[in-house]
Design a binder for this molecule. Structure first.
Ligand code: SPV
Ligand code: MG
Length: 669
């Protein structure tokens, strides 16, 4: 697409303003002239080739354009008869430069806002800018509309007419028809009329449509009075601000394209989502906030970068009151829909506007995203993420997973509530659920090779950090190997319980015989594990069974202090009472002595306590240890019974997830 700007004329109605230069060089703001503004706008729309017709002060104009150093290929075409002819003849002079191209045609004294230009360029058909909201001008162009098309353009038409401005986009077929008639006019010495007179004769073949720019700025400057009005409007437009928010860790051409579109609307402010906000709806970012922020601060055209610390835009928008919010149209559906709704409501409070551009589903960007996801799942990246999440959020949640599919449920389940997205931070590979899935009792019967196989299945399809239930940790001599294997796999933390001999599930309490390990021996195991580990991120958590085995609070606290002294990175305190009192008491007393070591709880019995309350009291990790298993198996038993009772599967159908839904859970790569 080529732009044609008509700048040959004398601009005599401007008086002294055009004494030393052509009209298009008139300043309309402290930083631009009519022409420099147009040219910058063309650059922003990716247009590279421009034809400028010259005449009056032609050399001044050429020198000026060259001094702007814009990335444009400008051809100057002189109309030697500029003082005796109209611009129809300037177009005639430039005809060789204009053949077989889509054309953006504009008069050199036209000032428009970028949204008007965007509407014209995005119009799939040939079009002219008109305004349904402006009154019909006495002396300027009007377009006569018939059956949705422009039939005539001229100053003399008032019936079925709309105010029109000389800003056109012409597809080459339509332009060739018009240009041929311009040539005919000029070659038969008809050079003093408007080029539009030539269009009017061929408007049945040159299909031109109105493009309604309503009350957007799109006006010619003919007189000093016009200049004053338009300059004021330009000053107002130059003050407009645009807001966009990003969570991305890398910038690709799709981001650049939407940023460039946003920049056209005003001074661009970019909000960068905090790590916490990003990890609430995606995964923990590989590139930390400060670096993501620096990325945008150093991007051309970004005027300011601010922090957006929630998915909700409300706080930032009420503070900054941007004229526009720009976003891809992908948020019209899915989990972002309510966020978009809230943006619309907040913008309506002060008259801001939402501008949406088509979201690019390019396979190239999908590949980039997949590569990024894969990186997030790599052991070295995944391992340290639990520590980072604990430091960042204060409290993290983990949900039980015992297979690839349960891992995917933990990975992908999200809930949108009060403008925030909630999801689990980590996965718990429970000994109870791993054993149950294999139809075995939870007595360390399922060997480590099999447990590692479960981890591997989960790892293969997910990215979230993994907490491994290591039971007693086994013999110290074996435990050190387990630590290294888990580390290599990318597991973030192992929890070992201070029991010895035949371990039974803690929820049996003293109903079965269970033996607690000695403090000394368990400390030795912790020390050996810490000594064996190769990375600094891997965590060993000591689980205290004193309350389960009714050995008292004092014993639990003594152990907690001894285990942290031995090097435990976290303490898990367990209880099988419904009443959380003893857990709260432990947390309070431990925190009085130790404010930093993370505390882990498994609220299977004391399940009325909310995450917020745990956080307030000083807990750092809440593990939902078995709920997927306990809800999944009854549903399966029910399905099996239903089919047996009915001797067919039909009655079971309503209870089933569709195959389509099941397969959408499974990633394709
Ligand atoms: C598990 O999930 O296997 C646990 C937690 O160890 S509990 O069942 O509560 O003991
Ligand atoms: Mg267990």
């Amino acid at each position: 697409m080529k732009a044609l700007i008509l700048n040959s004329g004398l601009g005599s109605r401007m008086g002294v303003i055009t004494k030393d230069h052509p009209k298009c060089m008139t300043e309309i703001s402290y930083k631009s002239t009519i022409l420099s503004r147009q040219l910058h706008q063309l650059v922003s729309f990716g247009i590279k080739d421009v034809v400028i017709t010259t005449g009056y002060y032609d050399q001044v104009l050429e020198d000026y354009c060259n001094a702007l150093h814009l990335p444009l290929n400008i051809k100057f075409v002189n109309n030697p008869l500029y003082d005796k002819t109209n611009y129809i003849y300037s177009i005639y002079c430039a005809k060789e430069q204009l053949k077989d191209e889509d054309i953006i045609l504009m008069h050199g004294d036209l000032v428009f806002e970028s949204l008007a230009m965007e509407a014209v360029i995005d119009c799939p058909k040939s079009c002219m800018a008109v305004s349904s909201t402006s009154p019909l001008p006495e002396k300027d162009f009007k377009a006569v509309i018939k059956d949705g098309r422009i039939e005539k353009v001229g100053i003399e038409y008032f019936d079925h007419a709309m105010a029109a401005q000389p800003l056109y986009k012409l597809n080459k077929e339509d332009w060739n028809i018009w240009l041929d008639n311009i040539v005919k006019f000029c070659e038969s010495d008809n050079r003093k009329c408007y080029a539009e007179n030539a269009f009017n004769e061929v408007s049945d073949k040159c299909k031109l449509y109105p493009c309604d720019v309503k009350n957007m700025l799109c006006a010619e400057i003919d007189t000093p009075e016009d200049l004053e009005v338009v300059s004021k409007k330009v000053a107002e437009i130059n003050e407009r601000t645009v807001y966009m928010c990003f969570s991305t860790e890398y910038i690709h051409s799709g981001h650049i394209a939407i940023i460039n579109k946003a920049r056209r609307l005003g001074r661009l402010i970019v909000g960068v989502l905090s790590d916490e906000a990003v990890s609430s709806f995606k995964r923990y970012p590989l590139i930390p906030f400060a670096e993501r922020k620096a990325l945008f601060e150093n991007l051309a055209g970004v005027e300011r970068v601010v922090t957006q610390d929630t998915l909700s835009y409300a706080k930032v928008l009420r503070e900054l009151k941007p004229d526009y919010v720009v976003h891809g149209n992908d948020w019209c559906e899915g989990f972002q829909k309510p966020i978009r709704q809230e943006v619309c409501e907040v913008l309506a409070e002060y008259g801001g506007k939402l501008v949406e551009y088509p979201y690019s589903n390019s396979p190239q960007y999908k590949e980039l995203d997949a590569a990024h996801r894969a990186e997030a799942a790599m052991p070295d990246v995944r391992r340290g993420r639990l520590r980072k999440l604990i430091n960042m959020k204060g409290l993290v949640t983990a949900m039980e997973a015992h297979s690839g599919i349960t891992g995917l449920i933990v990975e992908k389940t999200t809930v949108l509530q009060d403008g925030k997205t909630y999801q689990f931070d980590a996965m718990w590979v429970s000994s109870l659920c791993d054993s149950t899935a294999k139809g075995k009792p939870d007595i360390e019967l399922v060997d480590m090779t099999s447990r590692f196989r479960t981890i591997d299945d989960i790892m293969e399809v997910t990215t979230k950090p993994i907490i491994f239930d290591g039971d007693t940790g086994g013999l110290t001599e074996h435990f050190v190997y387990t630590v290294r294997s888990l580390e290599r796999m990318g597991v973030s933390m192992i929890i070992i319980e201070d029991k010895t001999g035949l371990k039974k599930n803690s929820l049996f309490g003293n109903e079965v015989k269970q033996t607690q390990d000695s403090i000394e021996h368990f400390c030795e195991k912790i020390r050996a594990g810490k000594h064996a580990q190769k990375t600094k991120e891997f965590m060993i958590c000591a689980r205290i069974e004193s309350l389960i085995l009714e050995r008292g609070m004092e014993d639990a606290l003594t152990r907690a202090m001894a285990f942290t002294e031995a090097g435990a990175d976290a303490i898990m305190i367990h209880s099988r009472k419904k009443d959380p009192a003893e857990i709260f008491e432990f947390v309070e007393m431990f925190r009085a002595k130790n404010t930093t070591t993370p505390i882990v709880v498994v609220p299977t019995s004391f399940n009325t306590v909310t995450e917020q309350e745990f956080k307030r009291r000083g807990v750092n990790v809440v593990i939902y240890a078995n709920q997927l298993t306990r809800t999944g198996f009854p549903a399966m038993q029910d399905a099996a019974r239903t089919i047996l009772e009915n001797h067919r599967a039909k009655e079971c159908d309503d209870k089933c997830m569709s195959i389509k839904e099941i397969i959408t859970l499974i990633p394709e790569e």
